[in-house]
Structures are given as structure tokens and as C-alpha cells.
Design a protein around this ligand. Structure first.
Ligand code: SAM
Ligand code: SF4
Length: 447
């Protein structure tokens, strides 16, 4: 009998990947996707712990789920509630105590055991937040149902860097790289299922050092070169990178691999050497500038994205000015910026020199104004150009499709839905702050 599964995903692309794998794990047990939590037999909240209010958001969402579960029980039905992801990892015991109707708490390294946990859920609350010694990937099903033409593929997990603001090393555990052969096989299955683009994922994806098919070890550059050999795989991307781990082989891949898209998310966090040192980022602002320069020499049309934190403990006006200088020097096509949020258990959370909230608010506004200006200028610079666009899905208006440019911009254009999955030449006619619009060139016109 078919049962219904509802997964709500918070946070990064790695959680999106994990949610898809959890759905695949539960499919052989008869679980199919539910349209909402109301009708679900199993509800999974796949949570994120990276910034503040994450746990509060989960508890408030759980309040609604509890009402649905009770309503279902009154009708004689049953709903299993699971909390997965990084909040589950960090606050599992508290979740079970504060929300006794939660049946399962499962950490990001243990979700391959979900079917067993669901089977045991009737007999009381079940928690698994261990970091199992065996790799979870060995226990995940091989089948990959591709949800679209663009797919995620996790190649690396965890982090050993211990930036002083970040919970990832605590919630995701130590760095682990999947063997290259396993990744290539998964990519092959994704392409067979209809994917044209694959984005390699890792908390620290360019720290990748997996076992090579020939017995040695491969870095991310080697892996990209091998994946580029797969017939039908038209586009490759990877995220998220650490500036310290951009090695020569990876830079060369940007020059040599045409499938590798000219867009890179390379978080810098701050432009101040003093702040970068306090963050334990292991590089200075000039190292970042030099890395970008090397990448731009290899791939002159490379567009950049980044992450920034404002108001890190001890950040003064001169430090923040250095961040604005770096942004002006580099020029970003797009970026994410956040106010520093003390994360329990991380060294920076207890630093004495916390920056007052109004200062953080003011700095964030100034930084976002500058980044927004750069993004608008980058998008405006695309008008009049013809870009290769991978058509991904129907748009909001009838007859419209949405695709992605090489620079990850959403591009709206009119085209029949049969063309989803094709890379077409689109002449860009208009730029909006977060997307482009254009006209598909007649077939045969190269982008
Ligand atoms: N591994 C990536 C790197 O080294 O840059 C970042 C991964 S983290 C999941 C994504 C982003 O969240 C970070 O780049 C950082 O800007 C932001 N972030 C992490 N911890 C934060 C905190 N405590 N407060 C504010 N932003 C934070
Ligand atoms: Fe977090 Fe990235 Fe630093 Fe690792 S390298 S601790 S994931 S910010």
C-alpha cells in the first residue's frame, strides 16, 4: 500500500541532496511524495543550524506538525514525525524532550538507517546522531531518480577547518571524500536519468581528495576532468569552495574543461586580514585577490560569487572598510551576506568583543547595497549578448521556460516545453535584479 512522505528542507544544497536520498531510501517501503504534511504518514524536517533562530524555527514548525499529527490520530490514523539534519545533530536530546510527539531524531551522517528507525518508531522515540565509522554512502540505494535536468551530487562531506564562527565541523563531522569511481558511477546514472548538468557538492568541496580508480588519490581538478569525459554531461559546477584549497590542478581545470561553467562561488567572509585571522580562515585578503587573479587568467570570463559575514567579534570600522574595498576590487556577479550569528559551542560565540546589533545592521545594509549594485551591473552587461541557456522547467507564464545561463542567472524565454533539457542560444533582451529575459535564437545559431 502506498504511504505518503512529506519532507521540508531548510538550508544548503547538501540538505536538498540529503532529502532526495531520504526519499529514495523510503520509496522501496512504499512511501511516495505527499503534496503537504496534512496527508503524510511520515513527515521529515531536514534542518539547518548555520545561523540563529534555526532551532526556534524548527520548534515553531513542529508546533504545527503536532496539531496535524493529533488531528490524524483523532481520525484513527498515524503520522511518524522525524527531525533530520544539523539541528537534529546539535540539539537531538532537547528536541526529544521538548517535543515528545517527535518519533525520530536522525543526524546527517546516520540517515541511511532511516528505514530501520521508521520500523522501530512505534515502540518509542528513536535517536541516531552518531557519526558511524562506515560511510553512509555505502548504504544508500544506487538508483537516482532525477528531478530535473540539473542534479546535485555530494562528493565530499564534513570539514576539518574549524573556522571560529562555524558549526559545520561539529554537526557534519570530519572531512570525508567519496571514492572517485563511486562518484563517476552516480554521475553516469544521473545523466542516464536525464540530467544535463551536475553540481558537485561538499561543505568544502575543493578539499576533495578521494580514492582514484587507479589506486592513487584525486583532487577536485582530476575528478572534474574525469567527469567531463561522460557523454551527455554538458555542464559541471561545484560548490562550496574554500579559497585556501584552490590548487593548480583546479585552476587548470577551469582553463581546460569546457563543461566547467565560468561561475564560481568562493566565500571570502571578510576583506580584513585581522578578522580573517580571528576567523581562522587560514588566508589573508591578498591571498584571495591572488587566487581570483589566477582563476581569471585561466578562465577570463569567470564570474564570481561569495559569502560575507559582517559584525564578526572585534570587527571595527577599518576592518569593515577593508571588506568594502575587496568587494570593489574583485567585483562580484552575485553574493550572500550575513550578520555574524553566535553559534553555541563555537569559539567566536564567547569572544568578549561582540559587535552591537545596530552596527551589524548598518554594515550589512552598506555591504548589500554595494553587492546589489554590482549584481545589477553584471546582469545589465548581459543585455544584447547571446548566452547558452540550459532550459530547465516551465516558467510562471504560459509558453515560457526558465533556464540557467553559464553564470547561474535564471533566464526566462518563450519556448515549447519539449525543449526542456536543451542548451539553446538566447539573446538577452532585459535584465532584472535577479534574472534575465531573452529570445531563443533560431535552431542552428550557436550561442
Ligand atoms: N565551507 C564554506 C566556506 O568555507 O566558506 C561555507 C559553508 S557555510 C554552510 C555557508 C556560509 O554561512 C558561510 O560561508 C558563512 O558566510 C555563513 N555562516 C556560517 N556560520 C555563520 C555564522 N555563525 N554567522 C553568520 N554567518 C555564518
Ligand atoms: Fe565552516 Fe566552511 Fe569554515 Fe568549514 S571551511 S568551518 S564549513 S566556514
Amino acid at each position: 500500500m502506498t504511504k505518503q512522505l512529506f519532507i521540508k528542507t531548510y538550508g544548503c544544497q547538501m540538505n536538498v541532496y540529503d532529502s532526495a536520498r531520504m526519499a529514495e531510501l523510503m520509496a522501496p517501503l512504499g512511501y511516495a511524495a505527499a503534496s503537504g504534511p496534512e496527508s503524510a504518514d511520515l513527515v521529515i524536517l531536514n534542518t539547518c543550524h548555520i545561523r540563529e533562530k534555526a532551532a526556534e524555527k524548527v520548534f515553531s514548525e513542529l508546533g504545527g506538525i503536532r496539531r496535524l499529527k493529533e488531528a490524524r490520530q483523532r481520525r484513527g490514523g498515524r503520522m511518524i514525525v522525524a527531525v533530520a539534519g544539523c539541528v537534529a545533530q546539535a540539539e537531538g536530546a532537547e528536541i526529544l524532550a521538548r517535543a515528545p510527539f517527535v518519533d525520530i531524531v536522525v543526524g546527517p551522517q546516520a540517515y541511511h538507517r532511516l528505514p530501520d528507525m521508521v520500523a522501530r518508531a512505534g515502540a518509542g522515540q528513536v535517536q541516531d546522531t552518531s557519526f558511524p565509522p562506515e560511510a553512509k554512502f555505502d548504504h544508500l540505494p544506487e538508483s537516482r531518480e532525477v528531478a530535473g535536468v540539473s542534479a546535485f551530487l555530494t562528493v565530499q562531506e564534513g570539514c576539518d577547518k574549524f573556522c571560529t564562527f562555524c558549526v559545520v565541523p561539529y554537526t557534519r563531522g570530519a572531512e570525508y571524500s567519496r571514492p572517485a569511481g563511486e562518484i563517476i558511477a552516480e554521475a553516469r546514472r544521473l545523466v542516464a536519468g536525464g540530467a544535463r548538468e551536475v553540481t558537485l557538492l561538499g561543505q568544502n568541496v575543493n578539499a576533495y581528495h578521494g580514492a582514484a580508480p587507479d589506486g592513487g588519490s584525486w583532487g577536485l581538478g582530476d575528478l572534474l576532468r574525469a567527469l567531463a569525459e561522460l557523454p551527455g554531461l554538458a555542464r559541471l559546477r561545484y560548490t562550496t569552495s574554500h579559497p585556501k584549497d584552490v590548487d593548480d590542478s583546479l585552476v587548470a581545470a577551469h582553463r581546460e574543461v569546457p563543461q566547467l561553467m565560468p561561475f564560481l562561488h568562493l566565500p571570502v567572509q571578510s576583506g580584513s586580514d585581522r578578522v580573517l585571522a580571528a576567523m581562522n580562515r587560514r588566508h589573508g585578503a591578498s591571498d584571495y585577490r591572488r587566487t581570483v587573479e589566477r582563476l581569471r587568467v585561466a578562465r577570463p570570463d569567470l564570474a564570481l560569487s561569495s559569502d560575507f559575514i559582517v559584525g564578526f567579534p572585534g570587527e571595527d570600522a577599518a576592518d569593515f572598510a577593508a571588506t568594502l574595498d575587496l568587494v570593489r576590487d574583485i567585483g562580484f556577479a552575485q553574493a550572500f551576506s550575513f550578520k555574524y550569528s553566535p553559534r553555541p559551542g563555537t569559539p567566536a560565540a564567547t569572544a568578549a568583543d561582540q559587535v552591537p546589533e545596530p552596527v551589524k545592521v548598518e554594515r550589512l545594509a552598506a555591504l548589500q547595497a554595494l553587492l546589489g549594485e554590482q549584481q545589477r551591473a553584471f546582469n545589465a552587461g548581459c543585455v544584447g549578448r547571446t548566452l547558452p541557456v540550459l532550459l530547465e522547467r516551465p516558467g510562471r507564464h504560459p509558453g515560457q521556460l526558465v533556464g540557467r545561463s553559464p553564470y547561474l542567472q535564471s533566464v526566462h524565454a518563450e519556448a515549447p516545453s519539449e525543449r526542456i533539457g536543451e542548451i539553446v542560444a538566447v539573446r538577452i533582451a532585459a535584465a532584472r535584479p535577479n534574472s534575465l529575459a531573452g529570445i531563443v535564437a533560431p535552431p542552428g545559431r550557436a550561442a
